[in-house]
Design a protein around this ligand. Structure first.
Ligand code: E4P
Length: 219
């Protein structure tokens, strides 16, 4: 399963890239606003840091405007993936951009039928938002199971399931069990993945015992 990082904070991206775990990045207008930086400049920095796909969201609401913005964004770097919302205009833009070889991540997906439409429109990725469904007491992971089942029924659909709106480590684990292709993880949740109190306790005990031996590993 691929790990994308869900942020426009270049310091977080640079830091977590050193783990070797990052396969890509997703941004959205809210994350760009949080970064406090110019959209184009921050995208250039991210694309220079990460070789994998970097999602950049259009802000026009009509298909024509989305296509125009999408083409501008796609010119910034080879690894830009244009992000478009799951509306009829977004689906039209997805079809047009995909047919020109520009990869599209269709975002704000909250139903299996929306995911089916995105795949038919040629989306490279579909982004179902599990956390926002959980927030309104609808099981977000059930949606991932439905989309996985539908896409597996039709192997000609090549859209990857990119689980978004991840809130905690269990979302990552559950997405992996279901067989999602990608998870996009906020930096704070990614950092939590390696942690376990028994790991910390065990390491402390090993180090205390090692100290008692008075030995050092030398090369
Ligand atoms: C996905 O691409 C979005 O950027 C993101 O996952 C949304 O997450 P949120 O619901 O925590 O804002």
């Amino acid at each position: 399963m691929k790990f994308f990082i869900d942020t426009a904070n270049i310091d977080e991206i640079r830091d977590l890239a050193t783990t070797g775990m990052l396969d890509g990045v997703t941004t959205n207008p809210s994350l760009v606003a949080q970064s406090g930086r110019d959209f184009i400049e921050v995208l250039k920095d991210i694309c220079a840091t990460i070789d994998g796909p970097v999602s950049a969201e259009v802000t026009a609401l009509d298909a024509e405007g989305m296509i125009k913005e999408g083409k501008t964004l796609a010119k910034l770097a080879d690894n830009i993936v244009v992000k478009a919302p799951l509306t009829w205009d977004g689906l039209r833009a997805c079809r047009a951009l995909s047919s020109e070889g520009i990869k599209v991540n269709v975002t704000l997906c909250f139903s299996a039928n929306q995911a089916l439409l995105a795949a038919k429109a040629g989306a490279a990725y579909i982004s179902p938002f599990v956390g926002r469904l959980d927030d309104i007491h609808i099981d977000g992971m059930e949606l991932i199971e439905e989309i996985r089942a539908i896409y597996d029924n039709y192997p000609d659909l090549e859209t990857e399931i990119l689980v978004a709106s991840i809130r905690n480590p269990n979302h990552v684990k559950d997405a992996a069990i279901i067989g999602a292709d990608v998870v996009t993880i906020p930096p704070s949740v990614l950092r939590q993945l390696a942690g376990h109190p028994l790991t910390d306790k065990g390491l402390a005990a090993f180090m205390a015992d090692w100290e008692k031996t008075g030995q050092k590993i030398t090369g």
